[in-house]
Write a protein that binds this ligand. Structure first.
Ligand code: HEM
Length: 427
């Protein structure tokens, strides 16, 4: 077998399959061979060039003139005609948002909509995140065991996302289903039969987004990002278009929700698997902000991102032809010892941990990164204070939604002795 440039494909490259096996369990470990021996390789199964070293992944993120983000949300498995028909039935017209928009349109729009993400604006949302976290924990603390994904970590980032966007809180369970469907639709490998079911959910998600948008247009006076965007549209109608607002409603929920839910579950699992580190953080809460960052590096919720080569170029010395699609694996880059010392260690004192590429890099770097960090920090503050004695239920196997990019355990089961809860002992 040969790559599109005529180079032979190694056995490891030929076998690489991000939809199953080792990549799902541990993407960084699964690509160690690549970082060591073949850091840019053609994957015949995926039809993508895969980039795994820190410097190369960063170069691709940085150079948006050469590597377009246009395919970032493209379906990685081609859509069946039946699924296409289903989407048409719902007038599905998801358009470019921010994350997959080229320059100069992208930067104009990003600047127009950035204000809601600035730290002083985000501070308005902090009491809401704290209150939600405390309410969910109140329901758990006396039980002695919980599935943290099902009972907390999935729902809070969804509620926070809805608040942040300015969306009414209703229809949560439905939205949860829509949101999962969207991930499978974009990054997974659904069978033809599944594709139709997924398309149904995506179509309904799209219509729901449109309805909520219409509702918000009647009185866009609140603090939500969508309300702000509706107000900005009046000043900049060519930058913030109708089509963009509709796409943003749907894409915004997905961008803010699953990424943060998965990152939080990955973080708590990682810390509980490294008991000494967990206990140190419990004893010293000032370590929490850097612990959040180190968790995002070590076990981020976005494992890989995509770019399209707009011209013939090279990455890491390997020729990449115009039109090539690239899978840039941030999870691998984040474990590259060429940039991070002892990268597989969980080191909450690590000085350069914020160099991680989990939020991407450059012009498109995640706009919501500080909201995500705030949520993760508050989760950690509340868990370390109220349940420092919790532990993973032993023997559980972690499963993941098969897809290239979003990564977090489907379930995270923990247990503890409620009689040992600090709030009872101290009472
Ligand atoms: C873009 C990851 C949370 C909104 C991105 C990108 C990544 C990412 C990888 C693309 C970066 C690039 O192309 O360079 C994450 C992770 C999160 C998270 C890992 C949680 C741990 C959020 C939240 C929000 C959000 C909470 C919204 C409230 C956005 C937006 C963009 C984006 C609007 C597009 C930025 C642009 O293209 O200019 N995110 N994200 N994200 N994210 Fe996030």
């Amino acid at each position: 077998a040969a790559s599109p440039t005529g180079c032979p494909v190694s056995a490891e490259a030929a076998a690489f399959d991000p939809f199953e096996g080792p990549y799902q369990v541990d993407p960084a470990e699964a690509l160690r061979w690549s970082r060591d021996r073949e850091p840019v390789f053609w994957s015949p199964r995926l039809g993508y060039w895969v980039v795994t070293r820190y410097a190369d992944v960063k170069q691709v993120f940085r150079d948006v003139e050469t590597f377009s983000p246009a395919i970032a949300l493209e379906k990685i498995t081609p859509v069946s005609p039946e699924a296409e028909a289903t989407l048409r039935k719902y007038d599905y017209a998801m358009n470019r948002t921010l994350v997959n928009e080229d320059e100069p349109a992208h930067m104009e729009r990003r600047r127009a909509l950035m204000k809601s993400f600035e730290l002083d604006e985000l501070a308005h949302h902090e009491p809401m995140v704290r209150r939600l976290t405390q309410e969910y924990l109140d329901r758990l603390v006396d039980k002695g065991e919980a599935d943290l994904v099902d009972e907390m970590l999935w729902e809070i980032p969804l509620t926070v996302a809805l608040h942040f966007l300015g969306v009414p809180e209703e229809d949560m369970d439905t939205l949860r289903q829509y949101s999962i469907a969207h991930t499978v639709n974009t990054w997974g490998r659904p069978s033809p039969a599944e594709q139709v079911a997924v398309a149904e959910a995506v179509g309904k998600f799209w219509q729901y987004a449109g309805k909520v948008l219409d509702k918000m247009r009647q009185n866009p006076s609140g603090h939500g990002w969508m309300e702000y965007a509706i107000r900005r549209q009046k000043e900049l109608p060519d930058v913030v278009t109708d089509s963009y607002l509709h796409s943003m409603m749907m894409a915004g929920i997905v961008a803010a929700h699953e990424t943060t839910a998965n990152a939080s579950a990955n973080m708590l699992r990682l810390l509980l698997e490294n008991r000494a580190v967990w206990e140190e953080v419990c004893a010293n809460p000032s370590l929490i902000p850097n612990t959040v960052e180190e968790a995002l590096r070590h076990a981020g919720s976005v494992a890989a991102w995509r770019r399209l080569a707009l011209k013939d170029t090279t990455v890491g010395g390997v020729a990449i032809p115009k039109g090539a699609k690239l899978l840039i694996v941030s999870a691998s880059a984040n474990h590259d010892e060429r940039h991070f010392e002892n990268p597989d260690d969980l080191d909450v004192y690590r000085a350069n941990t914020a160099d991680h590429l989990t939020f991407g890099y450059g012009a498109h770097q995640c706009m919501g990164k500080n909201l995500a960090r705030m949520e993760m920090r508050i989760f950690l503050e509340e868990f370390t204070r109220r349940l420092p004695h919790m532990e993973l239920v032993p023997g559980q196997t972690f499963t993941y939604l098969p897809n290239t990019s979003f990564r977090g355990p489907d379930h995270l089961r923990v247990r503890w002795d409620p009689a040992q809860n600090p709030e009872r002992r101290d009472a």
